[in-house]
Design a protein around this ligand. Structure first.
Ligand code: GCW
Length: 639
């Protein structure tokens, strides 16, 4: 590949020179965007390409016809036109010459949540500081923020929240005139790109900002506060998407604190948003984070379903319940949340995490795309996969962002592939990890067919392998949580074992795992009967998550005849070998890569190798010490 070509910073190179949006004329904007992108990618203006709104096309949809010199882009609305412009650039970049592309999003809301704090830090952020906040107030670099908006729009993201769901006083102030002076400007940056803002709000805002003595949602003064707050916000940002709330979760207050169920708290805020067309996104990540480890009856994965399923149908029609993909918390391997698709009379969204909180923190290479495909593949019942609910019962796909002000946006160059993949798979959940990864590598490194250097296919393979390599050196077979408490990087098998977070594997000298069948904690009963039976039965339970559902002895025989303990040893040695393999591949590409990109990833791979070795040795020693069963292959285990 051309060593000076755009690629390594993002699939679009931020050049800093941005033609200013002149307001109102979105069609023109799409064309400007196209020309700008073309200059970046190919060094010249593209003549002869035309752009037109075609109201017969679906909203946000587009069509591209013609050939590379006479292409015509039509969009169902301004955003559709813009998406068409980006898609044409991508197609040209991939060497396509003639076009008959018709596309539209399968999912109406494709949302990024930023966990950015007012002081500029980012909760679970591994890519530098916030792109939105500095020193206690909204603060940004305008050209950079525009490039960010463009990056997100180029993959179809259409809403973003700009502050952490753990709202503190600084960002709570977004509901005040002072906060809105700044936020209004951010909205202006994102608006031409078809991206609406959301605000994370604190449930105690009536006390914090309104001077009230209570936030009890049943108190009429509290309802008045929310009505006034929503009116104030919408006066300044009429197209705001709505509010996002984390309530009754991890020390945040909520309706429960006042003796109410979740619907009572959500509806009072939703009713304030309703006249303005706003949506309330209400998170379902609720559990007891002060559990006593001696309590073997309470089972944290049951909590979200137990809290929300009984109140299905009680939420107003502008409330969307935001459900994390798994019942634990963004773990490397979990079953899908039984709440997804279960609530027939309540709107739902699916929450992913692009930030690699438990998956290597953007030091280790990890493809979320592979895991998302697996998540979409998981069955909802005997006839439908989870993917089949997305765009129907599940009307929004949301993800915690992995971006920050690092030059390459995502900390690890390879983690850009996750941001790209999120947009593409939220747009079309039928896309495979392989497809979207190939798109990203060819856009970023150049397509081999054109530059004939094989970098894109080598990197695609690394990425597609990365999820399983990471999983191999992590906690085995869906056991979860063997990480250091709080910062969540590196192995600490008993770190959470005697803590209050409700995450226990209960390993002893014979067995490990929690029996979550109906004979155990009863968690499996929350699934549709077909899925419940699948997980309860050891013969049908997917082996890679067998320890999520069952307590098993170390000499339990897996389907390939290996004992569980031997499988643990084998995979942990293989995980380290996998990382060594990545290093060999990357080194073999050195002469074909920009020096800076090569060195950057090479350094991260060294960190990953250290991490993988640490995991291997800690996990293997832990299980050897518990079980007293040695490795059949006699490899080194530290006793
Ligand atoms: O995964 C946990 C994180 C918290 C986060 C919480 C949540 C924003 O460790 O940092 O808080 O999830 O999703 O609310």
């Amino acid at each position: 590949m051309d060593k000076t070509s755009f690629g390594y910073r993002a699939w679009f190179q931020p050049t800093g020179s941005f033609s200013t949006f002149s307001g109102g004329k979105y069609a023109l904007f799409a064309e400007e965007e196209f020309q700008r992108g073309h200059v970046e990618l190919f060094g010249e203006d593209k003549k002869g390409v035309s752009f037109e709104i075609n109201k017969n096309l679906p909203a946000e949809g587009f069509s591209i016809t013609g050939d590379a010199t006479t292409a015509k882009v039509e969009g169902g609305c301004e955003s559709g036109l813009l998406y068409g412009a980006y898609r044409l650039l991508f197609a040209l970049r991939r060497g396509e010459q003639t076009f008959t592309i018709n596309d539209k999003p399968a999912v109406p809301l494709r949302i990024l949540n930023h966990w950015d704090n007012g002081d500029g830090s980012v909760e679970r952020g591994y890519s530098g500081d916030s792109l939105f906040w500095r020193n206690g107030m909204v603060g940004y670099d305008l050209p950079r923020l525009r490039d960010y908006a463009r990056l997100l729009a180029s993959v179809g993201i259409n809403q973003i929240s700009v502050n952490n769901v753990n709202v503190r006083l600084l960002t709570a102030k977004l509901l005040t005139d002072e906060g809105l002076n700044d936020l209004e400007k951010v909205a202006e940056v994102f608006r031409p790109f078809g991206i609406k803002l959301l605000i994370s709000v604190h449930f105690d805002s009536p006390v914090w900002l309104g001077g009230l003595k209570t936030s009890d949602p049943a108190d009429p003064k509290v309802a008045d506060f929310w009505n006034e707050a929503a009116a104030r916000v919408y006066k300044r940002i009429p197209d705001l998407g709505g509010f996002l709330v984390k309530a009754d979760s991890e020390f945040q207050s909520g309706p429960n604190a006042f003796g109410h169920t979740q619907d009572v708290g959500a509806n009072v805020i939703a009713r304030a948003l309703k006249p303005h067309g706003g949506t309330l996104h209400w998170r379902c990540f609720i559990y007891n984070c002060l559990q006593d480890w001696r309590d073997t009856v309470t089972d944290r994965p049951k909590a979200a379903y137990d809290t929300f399923f009984p109140i299905d149908g009680k939420f107003d029609d502008n409330v969307i319940l935001q459900v994390k993909y798994g019942p634990s918390d963004f773990q490397v391997r979990e079953p899908n949340s039984p709440l997804l698709g279960a609530m027939k009379a309540t709107r739902e969204s699916l929450e992913f995490q692009i930030a690699q909180e438990y998956t290597g923190q953007q030091k280790d290479m990890y493809s979320w795309a592979v895991q998302w495909e697996e998540i979409f593949d998981q069955p909802f019942n005997e006839t439908r996969a989870t993917r089949d609910l997305v765009g129907k019962e599940i009307e929004a796909v949301v993800a915690v962002s992995n971006t920050g002000n690092d030059e390459n946006w995502c900390g690890h160059l390879m983690s850009q592939s996750n941001l790209y993949a999120f947009g593409r798979m939220a747009w079309n959940p039928a896309l495979t990890a392989k497809e979207v990864t190939e798109e990203w590598t060819s856009l970023t490194f150049g397509k081999s067919d054109i530059v004939a250097d094989g970098v894109d296919s080598a990197v695609t393979k690394m990425l597609l392998d990365s999820r399983h390599v990471y999983e191999k050196y992590n906690a085995p077979l869906g056991i979860c949580w063997m990480v250091y408490v709080h910062h969540h990087y590196g192995p600490s098998p008993d770190g959470y074992e005697y803590a209050k977070w409700g995450t226990y594997h209960r390993a002893d000298h014979k067995a490990i795992g929690v029996d979550r069948t109906r004979k155990g904690t009863g968690y499996t009963a929350q699934y549709q009967p077909y899925v419940r039976d699948l997980y309860e039965n050891l013969d049908t339970c997917p082996e890679e998550m067998v320890l999520y559902f069952h307590r098993l002895p170390y000499d339990y025989k897996l389907s390939d005849g290996r004992t569980m303990i031997q499988y643990i040893y084998d995979t942990h040695f293989e995980g380290v070998e996998g990382v060594e393999g990545f290093i060999r591949t990357w080194e073999s590409l050195k002469s074909k890569l920009p020096d800076e990109a090569y060195a950057h990833v090479r350094k991260r791979l060294d960190m990953q190798l250290d991490n993988a070795k640490e995991w291997r040795d800690v996990i293997n020693s832990y299980f050897y010490r518990k079980s007293n069963i040695g490795d059949e292959k006699g490899r080194r285990i530290y006793i």
